[in-house]
Design a protein around this ligand. Sequence first.
Ligand code: SF4
Ligand code: SF4
Length: 146
Amino acid sequence: MTQVLDAQLLTDHAAPGRACGSCTACCSALAIIELNKPARRACDHLCRTGCGIYEARPASCREFHCLWLRGAIDGDQALRPDALGVMFDYFRMASTGETHLIAHELWPGAFDSESAQSLLDELVQRGDVQLSYRDGRWSTLGQDPM
Ligand code: SF4
Ligand code: SF4
């Protein structure tokens, strides 16, 4: 059973045995304020070997750890974002302190794969999951639409 643990949501480092490796999913999925880079577009600094400005990359890049990297999601390398096609993050509501999961689709149809569906089915048992589709749409999976 996949578990997402709040304590692991809050860690700011990679879990033992987990590493980004060749994954660069967050470099395309996320908006990077310092670079004026919009979400869902590959960063201009991405190159064949990864980040072309790695030593000088902005704080937003240095500090980001997706939930797979944090170890907040059980699973092996097959669930690393570049393999699964889905990258998980979370946000905390200032008003209630509740955490909500966000699933970023990395390529069209990635949410529909058997592994992604199975993981989403398990995660939604914990609470709602905000789905960010590759084409810019959003929807809420679960009982608590926002
Ligand atoms: S999406 Fe996760 S595993 Fe992939 S590069 Fe970003 S932090 Fe690392
Ligand atoms: S600056 Fe580097 S680490 Fe940051 S989004 Fe661009 S390629 Fe990725």
